[in-house]
Write a protein that binds this ligand. Structure first.
Ligand SMILES: NC(=O)c1ccc[n+]([C@@H]2O[C@H](COP(=O)([O-])OP(=O)(O)OC[C@H]3O[C@@H](n4cnc5c(N)ncnc54)[C@H](O)[C@@H]3O)[C@@H](O)[C@H]2O)c1
Length: 276
């Protein structure tokens, strides 16, 4: 399988989960890495793993919601390595809370990290990717960017928005004749810390939901997810579905159209009985 020898890859949210696994798999494939996260301890562990593999790595604290810092960071990475080939806009947070009880600030926070973080990363790195003559933007959405689920309106909004933004970008790069490929990633349940770190409206206990996610919904390892994503990148896929659950859910939405909504509610009640 073709590697990523000498390509410079940027991974946000690389201190944990899918981001860490992407960094490690990219390092094994010969890439040079610029990794970042707000969690500097997690990031340091990823940096150590990547160094052990022998890949050149630049590790920085970066909050993807901080646009000016992201723009400066993109220039720094390009100067450090001399070019940038790939950005994996991966950093994200989860949130569970019905719209009725969520505050505006809750919804804005999820949009800030999960949508605007992706926009900031894409816009900051796009000039460098074009200049490289061999660029690729990889934006991480979710299966929740394919269909909506009660309690996930904020996350659904952000992940649908990532999908819309990224699918338009792919077409724009072709139309403009720019040498930049574009891929949207839709993971199903991946065994990471995301549900344990999930945020919720003040006073709402979501520990049961987090445990259910860890025990029953997260069936793909981050390592396997990273390999599937990188295979999709090698093949320049427009859309990468990660995990059997993602593939089944994608077919379900295609077959049922908007009627999927009648199936999701009862399925969620079976999975998560009791108050929301
Ligand atoms: N785990 C899943 O089942 C799943 C499913 C679908 C999509 N995703 C998406 O995959 C991506 C990675 O998630 P994961 O499952 O590896 O979760 P994770 O919690 O293990 O890792 C996410 C990382 O993002 C970092 N992060 C959070 N906010 C940040 C910010 N403002 N700036 C920079 N870094 C920030 C966290 O510190 C963490 O290290 C996310 O976009 C998530 O929405 C995950």
């Amino acid at each position: 399988m073709e590697g990523f020898a000498w390509k410079v890859a940027v991974v946000t949210g690389a201190g944990s989960g899918i981001g860490r696994a992407l960094a490690i798999e990219l390092a094994r494939s010969g890439a040079k890495l610029a990794i970042s996260d707000v969690d500097i301890d997690g990031l340091a562990q990823t940096e150590e793993r990547v160094k052990t593999i022998g890949a050149p790595v630049k590790a920085d604290r970066l909050d993807v919601t901080e646009r000016e810092a992201f723009l400066a960071y993109a220039d720094e990475v390009a100067e450090h390595f001399g070019k940038v080939n790939q950005i994996y806009n991966n950093a994200g947070i989860a949130f569970n809370g019905d719209i009725e009880i969520s505050q505006f600030k809750d919804i804005e926070r999820v949009m800030d990290v999960d949508f605007w973080g992706v926009v900031n990363g894409t816009k900051a790195f796009l000039p460098h990717l074009i200049a490289s003559s061999d660029g690729h933007v990889i934006n991480v959405s979710s299966v929740f960017g394919l269909f909506s689920v009660p309690g996930q309106a904020a996350y659904n909004s952000a992940k649908f928005a990532v999908r819309g933004f990224t699918e338009a970008l792919r077409q724009e790069m072709v139309r403009a004749g720019h040498p930049v490929k574009v891929t949207t990633v839709h993971p199903g349940g991946i065994k990471t810390a995301i549900a344990r770190n999930m945020e919720a409206p003040d006073g709402v206990d979501i520990s049961h939901l987090s445990r259910t996610f860890d025990k029953r919904l997260a069936n793909t390892s981050p390592q396997k997810a990273a390999r599937i994503i990188l295979d999709g990148v090698r093949q320049n896929k427009a859309r990468v579905l990660v995990g059997l659950d993602a593939k089944i859910l994608d077919v379900m939405v295609r077959l049922t159209g908007s009627r999927y909504q009648e199936l999701i509610g009862p399925a969620m009640r079976r999975l998560l009985p009791g108050p929301r």
